[in-house]
Design a protein around this ligand. Structure first.
Ligand SMILES: [Zn+2]
Length: 176
């Protein structure tokens, strides 16, 4: 996927771009937690001489695994992130950070891939679970049975001994 803005020869002014974001972006970064995505990054760029301000409004959904019932969980996303881009020669460059990107004056384009990817990951909720009552009751029942058979884990929020069950349930789905 291509998230590049071509800037060589571009006059100062405001420009708008739309970048679709699918699961390919996450595969590219080896991110196994997000297994589907249907997002659009709406980028508004204001270009001056030697600098650009990028405002990126990202909207849509990503699909992850529910931490509680291990089924697909679709998370809606709607956030805006800003990035300043400056062109500077090596030696006179300021420190780049999350909100400032430095490019060489000879660069004809700005690549927003890393920026878009990072901000999607940053805006994911910490607790990835279905709303109350939204989990698969069958799976919860099985998990509770297994939990009762085991010694109580010290920290139930982060303890996830059910990887084997997840694999088993996935195989069952395929066979059905
Ligand atoms: Zn769930």
């Amino acid at each position: 996927m291509d998230y590049k803005i071509h800037i060589s020869g571009l006059k100062p002014g405001r420009y708008d771009y739309e970048f679709p974001v699918g699961k390919e972006l996450f595969l590219e970064y080896g991110n196994a937690y997000i297994f589907d995505a249907d997002l659009v990054a709406y980028v508004a760029m204001e270009k001056g001489g030697g600098w650009m301000n990028v405002s990126c409004h990202t909207k849509g959904t990503v699909t992850v695994e529910c931490d509680r019932c291990l089924e697909d969980l679709v998370i809606p996303m709607d956030f805006t992130a800003d990035l300043a881009v400056k062109s500077a020669k090596i030696g006179e460059r300021e420190e780049a950070d999350d909100e400032l990107m430095i490019i060489d004056p000879s660069d004809g384009e700005v690549d927003l891939k890393q920026f878009i990817y990072d901000y999607i990951c940053l805006n994911l909720p910490l607790k990835k679970v279905h709303e109350e009552g939204g989990c698969n009751p069958e799976v919860l029942k099985k998990l509770n049975e297994m939990r009762a058979d085991e010694e109580a884990p010290k920290d139930t929020d982060t303890y996830t001994p059910f990887g084997g069950l997840a694999a088993m349930l996935k195989n069952k789905d395929i066979n059905n």
